[in-house]
Design a binder for this molecule. Structure first.
Ligand code: FAD
Ligand code: EPU
Length: 338
């Protein structure tokens, strides 16, 4: 077991924030993870489980141990008439896993192409894009209970999945480490091309009878045109969730802002595009020295290089205040603040 001290985390978070961890170690099996957690130097330290660091904002050095998940492996564990059941180690890169499934003809994850990060973090906030969330393809997961050091199985109902939410982000926060996730994938693809610009993109690509690979390619093109690549500009994707408000409140807003973008969210609520709210409150492209709000997508806060996480957090607090006072809507951060 190798433990590094005072380790820079700049390469380990897509915001590219230059903070240090007091201690840093990697693990590539459950046994190694249990050894690390039981190690006398680490038992009393607070810990942070790290995947790809693509949903985090570090606002200061991490005064504890960062444990980087590198549990790999992809296995077809079961199949029945309709489905393949595929288990992936929590340290597998998400997008590479999606591409692997597409290559094998295991359908259902194609709309979730190009989301950064690792498999193990995917249930944390029930990742979603282009009309699919992982809860729709989820079978079960294995997670280590940090206090008992036992591995437990969680089925869908145990995870309390919601929009960008799960029990692991809520009441069980910091109590479990996800070690593998099993997905239920279609044998006969059930394409979902109705969301956003997928159909237009397929037309542009001259595709008339799309395969799962075509849908993945279309999603990759759309995403690449909209979202900044963290390799070029530091960011963590959408910084805030799209707020869900009552139909009544929505109608009032709509009368004042007829162009407001929204989607149905059950019989009594609507989900409002937070990017639209920020954009029309004048935040798009806002820049302060080396950080700001992305010029094409107002929901993405960015680090142009060398920014401090605390400054980006302060900017997010100003945005929350401004949206509250302009529209009476309380924004919630999607990104995990550390
Ligand atoms: P990290 O950032 O490493 O960790 C996130 C949180 O999960 C932390 O609290 C961490 O401690 C915890 N955690 C990580 N792994 C484990 C584990 N094995 N066990 C327990 N806790 C763990 N998200 C979407 O939902 N949809 C999108 O379309 C989307 N687009 C994005 C686009 C860009 C350009 C970027 C930068 C981000 C985007 N995201 C999106 C957010 C992000 O990619 C996802 O939330 C992703 O699942 C985070 O994975 P990660 O491995 O990087 O997690
Ligand atoms: N919009 C504006 N101005 C902006 C940004 C957006 O007017 O600056 C409008 C767009 O014109 C569009 C609407 O807002 O009509 C929605 O924008 P977009 O399609 O870009 O999607 P989003 O709601 O901003 C959500 C997810 C993304 C996910 C996409 C596609 C959240 C918080 N974000 O973004 O997830 O990839 O839909 O499904 O739900 C993430 O979670 O990190 C993330 C990137």
């Amino acid at each position: 077991m190798q433990m590094e001290k005072n380790k820079s985390l700049q390469e380990y978070n897509t915001f590219g924030i230059d903070v240090k961890a007091k201690l840093f170690a990697t693990f590539n099996s459950v046994t190694e993870l249990i050894d690390l957690l039981s190690h006398e130097n680490l038992r009393s330290e607070k810990h942070l489980i790290l995947g790809g660091g693509s949903n985090l904002l570090f606002t200061s050095n991490f005064d504890g141990v960062v444990l980087k998940n590198e549990i790999n492996g992809i296995e077809l564990v079961k199949e029945d008439e309709e489905y393949y059941y595929v288990e992936a180690g929590a340290g597998e890169n998400w997008h590479e896993f999606v591409l692997y499934c597409i290559e094998k003809g295991w359908a259902g994850l194609e709309n979730l192409s190009l989301i950064p990060g690792c498999v193990g973090a995917s249930p944390m906030q029930n990742i979603g894009a282009y009309g699919v969330e992982i809860k729709d393809r989820f079978e079960e997961l294995q997670a280590l209970n940090i206090s008992t050091k036992e591995v437990e199985t969680f089925r869908s109902k145990d995870c309390q999945f919601g929009y960008r939410e799960s029990i692991f982000k809520g009441t069980l926060k910091n109590q479990y480490i996800i070690t593998s996730v099993t997905f239920r994938l279609f044998k006969s693809p059930q394409l979902n091309t109705s969301y956003g610009a997928i159909e237009d993109m397929l037309k542009e690509m001259n595709v008339t009878a799309p395969t799962i690979k075509d849908v993945s390619d279309a999603v990759i093109s759309i995403r690449s045109s909209k979202l900044p690549d963290p390799a070029e500009i530091g960011n963590s994707g959408s910084f805030f969730k799209n707020p869900v408000i009552t139909n009544e409140k929505f109608e009032l807003l709509k009368s004042e802002y007829p162009e407001i973008v929204s989607y149905p969210a059950g019989p009594d609520h609507r989900k409002v595009a937070a990017g639209w709210l920020l954009d029309h409150a004048g935040w798009k492209g806002y820049k302060e020295q080396n950080y700001g709000v992305h010029k094409n997508q107002a929901l993405v806060l960015v680090n142009y290089g060398g920014a401090e996480g605390s400054k980006i957090y302060e900017l997010s607090a100003r945005i929350v205040e401004s949206i509250k006072s302009k529209y009476g809507i309380q924004l919630e951060r999607e990104v995990n603040i550390l």
